[in-house]
Write a protein that binds this ligand. Structure first.
Ligand SMILES: Nc1ncnc2c1ncn2[C@@H]1O[C@H](COP(=O)(O)OP(=O)(O)OP(=O)(O)O)[C@@H](O)[C@H]1O
Ligand SMILES: [Mg+2]
Length: 246
């Protein structure tokens, strides 16, 4: 049984943390016990054993989780791909430990939302990419994408790379879609991307000016996700079962 989702993106900075936290808020509001995880975080603040991942804290506060070592098991200081940061900091990424933490988290919650690291081909270790981690977690993905010019190429590449590796693509969420003054690309991209990729479009989130990850300000995020994202499709076959238990 797959009781979770892996939030990947077409790129770094595309909105994975915002989407993952928004989903956690909205699913909790439906009565589910939601676990969150940022398996590997780079660019962390602090030092030594006290490195803190902003992403993990934003997710953790949204989900009101209780197991920080499982939510954020591995952190690096340098803002680099994990494989590169690990080499520089004389550490390593051990996928087995990440899988163990994920499975343990799953025992405490109904549904686990995992935020990826950059996109599918970010290296976590030598010959081990985010796509390998998704396979090891055995989760379907949601792809977070921009809707502006360039999104067709980035999104089709990501969906294709997932599908050829046997990763289920539950759908695509467009982020930072302008509600006014949108471009021609923003109007046409969702339909074209759906037609060409075959992946469901799960909705879009607008630009929100009341969001701040650094200070854990969520603003309208929960409301926007509830209004604009197809949560039942993200939950998939678990939907009925999970709601029945809650
Ligand atoms: N819909 C939105 N409205 C306003 N700001 C947003 C929105 N989505 C994301 N942002 C801002 O854009 C920045 C990048 O978003 P976010 O951190 O979610 O991306 P990410 O894909 O998780 O990045 P990373 O690869 O570093 O984990 C953040 O400062 C966030 O607050
Ligand atoms: Mg993030």
């Amino acid at each position: 049984m797959k009781a979770g989702i892996f939030i990947t993106g077409t790129d770094t900075g595309v909105g994975k943390t915002v989407v993952a936290a928004g989903l956690a808020l909205a699913l909790r509001n439906r009565g589910l016990r939601v676990g969150v995880m940022k398996p590997v975080a780079t660019g962390c603040n602090g030092s030594g054993a006290h490195l803190i991942s902003e992403d993990a804290v934003f997710l953790w506060e949204a989900a009101e989780n209780e197991y920080p070592a499982l939510t954020s098991p591995l952190r690096f200081r340098n803002p680099l791909a994990p494989h590169v940061a690990a080499s520089l900091e004389k550490k390593s990424v051990e996928p087995k430990k990440l899988v163990r933490a994920f499975r343990e988290l799953g025992q405490h919650y109904d549904f686990v939302i995992v935020e990826g690291i950059g996109g599918l081909f970010v290296p976590l270790a030598r010959d081990y990419y985010v796509s390998n981690l998704i396979k090891d977690f055995d989760l379907p993905v949601v792809v977070v994408a921009r809707s502006s010019l360039g999104a067709i190429n980035h999104t089709l590449l990501t969906v294709d790379a997932a599908l050829v590796r046997g990763i289920e693509v539950r759908g695509i969420i467009f982020n930072r879609v302008p509600l006014v003054n949108y471009s021609l690309a923003e109007i046409t991209n969702p339909k074209v991307i759906h037609e060409l990729s075959g992946a469901p479009i799960l909705g879009s989130l607008p630009e929100m000016d009341d969001l701040d990850i650094a200070t854990c300000r969520y603003g309208q995020l929960q409301h926007m996700v509830q209004e604009r994202i197809q949560l039942d499709k993200i939950l998939g076959p678990h939907f009925q079962g999970l709601l029945a238990r809650s």
